[in-house]
Design a protein around this ligand. Sequence first.
Ligand code: APR
Length: 252
Amino acid sequence: MTLSADSHGLAELLRERQPCVVLTGAGVSTESGIPDFRSPQGLWAQFDPFEYGSIAAFRADPAKVWRFYAPRFAVLTEAEPNAAHRALARLEHAGLVRAVITQNIDLLHERAGSRDVVEVHRSIRTSRCPGCGTSYPLARVLELLEEEDAPACPECGAILKPDVVFFGELLPAEAIDRAFELAREAALLLVVGSALEVHPVAGLPLETLETGGEVAIVNRGPTELDARATLKVDGTAGEVLAAVADQLAGGY
Ligand code: APR
């Protein structure tokens, strides 16, 4: 199908199936220069997720994990929201998107103007000291990263841990509970830029389906839920969502 046919079909679905809740993954931020995880050039094609992204790896060798994370922090903080983030914010302001549930830790939805964002993997907004519990804002962590590869707590010297959910850690209960509640109440769950391979988040579209809602997917390449989607748009998030927002939220 062409972009216009795809985005027209998605706009129609969004207009008819309300409330709509959006679930985003790393694919919504690649156009901001942030690599995703499982596409061919993704992070997990270069690094072993359990060697660099697990809580066990962090506890065993925090400096090694920071050598992986520090360049990502730089990319994350220099990135700007892209057309997909801006389109979702416009659709929220137009009353067509109730909330954005995101697996991303990059703060780009909030920076694009989305107001109701559920961060199920938390974010780089703060880092915490595992030694004394002190919490540090991103700006302070970036200052520390200028001086050393692994930021040490100014209070007690222990190496800080980013407040993002590592493999092997529990998701923030309040965020994941709200995400499942939103999925249950959604008439349409719109998945954008996620392969839907990581649970429990990948269970959210199933929750919508089980409670009578429908699923639409905008994703380059296959996802685990393609067969269950009312509409699958195999396209670029920025282009497709901007076209939908132009059709439905022109004035926002
Ligand atoms: N437009 C549309 N789709 C895109 C774009 C784009 N511009 N760029 C990438 N994609 C697609 C990829 O093809 C891939 O199918 O987005 C999907 C991203 O999937 P993943 O890399 O698996 O990312 P995600 O689903 O967010 O991973 C979930 O896994 O490693 C953990 O904690 C990490 O939050 C992450 C979780």
